[in-house]
Design a protein around this ligand. Structure first.
Ligand SMILES: C[S@@+](CC[C@H](N)C(=O)[O-])C[C@H]1O[C@@H](n2cnc3c(N)ncnc32)[C@H](O)[C@@H]1O
Length: 231
């Protein structure tokens, strides 16, 4: 069965949308898309920087007899794709810094695609900051809890945006906050609980008043957001 986080990505993709999955590894997202694809057989491309994962993907495609429905290519980031070759580019399971690196390497090519689905496994804030600095549009956001870890999905269109967000919105996800995402309350409560432990440890063991002040400031800030979410 498809992992929750990959299911979340799949749900945002239409049956006739052509898709490239960068860093496809096992190829599971593309396999799920191919199984439910529309009659016009949209182009589905899986790429990876290494041949090992692509061999794994190829074995998986054979298991489902989908080797003629999904194209596999080796290469770094967007390199294996032609400009605008697919409607949607997926980058999931890579770190935020790697995603930024891939998007900024050839900005003209990045801008040739209609839509990106970005779900880094870490450093989401780095990615949000970079997207907003570049003036790219975050058109939707979602979050999901998968095996005890929160994953954040950004739907990005590489077209200019005039929206401005506060540092706190960039940290937590501006559109997640705007729609009061149902998982945000639990996410923030857990964050506050971890910070309370840190705050207690600092006051017990050290003379680091500035550090404690910063931790307490964040606890208050998240607390205010929590109150607003509940209002
Ligand atoms: C952890 S797996 C994620 C697999 C899948 N996308 C997912 O979300 O489950 C990361 C994959 O990205 C590949 N990768 C890492 N850097 C890459 C890059 N710059 N370009 C293409 N693939 C890359 C790795 O080889 C690995 O197979």
């Amino acid at each position: 069965m498809l992992a929750h986080r990959l299911m979340q990505i799949k749900k945002t993709i239409g049956r006739d949308e052509s898709v490239a999955d960068i860093g496809t590894d096992h190829g599971r997202l593309l396999i799920a898309l191919a199984k439910t694809a529309g009659n016009n057989h949209p182009k589905l491309i899986g790429t990876d920087i290494s041949t090992g994962p692509l061999k794994y993907a190829a074995d998986n495609l054979r298991k489902f007899n989908l080797q003629n429905k999904i194209i596999l290519r080796v290469g770094n980031g967007l390199e294996p794709l032609l400009p605008g070759e697919v409607d949607t580019v997926v980058l999931s399971g890579l770190g935020g810094y790697t995603v930024v690196d891939i998007l900024q390497r050839e900005l003209r090519k990045t801008k040739s695609f209609g839509k990106f689905l970005l779900q880094p496994h870490q450093d989401i804030i780095v990615l949000r900051k970079w997207l907003l600095e570049k003036g790219f549009s975050i058109v939707a956001e979602d979050m999901v809890l998968d095996k005890g870890k929160y994953y954040f999905l950004i739907v990005m269109k590489p077209v200019p945006s005039t929206e401005e967000f506060t540092p706190l919105e960039i940290e937590l996800g501006p559109l997640l906050l705007r729609k009061k995402h149902p998982d945000m309350e639990k996410f923030l409560t857990e964050k506050i609980e971890r910070l309370l432990i840190i705050s207690q440890n600092i006051s017990r063991h050290s003379k680091r008043p500035l550090e404690r002040e910063e931790v307490d400031r964040r606890i208050n800030e998240y607390g205010e957001v929590l109150q607003w979410l509940r209002s």
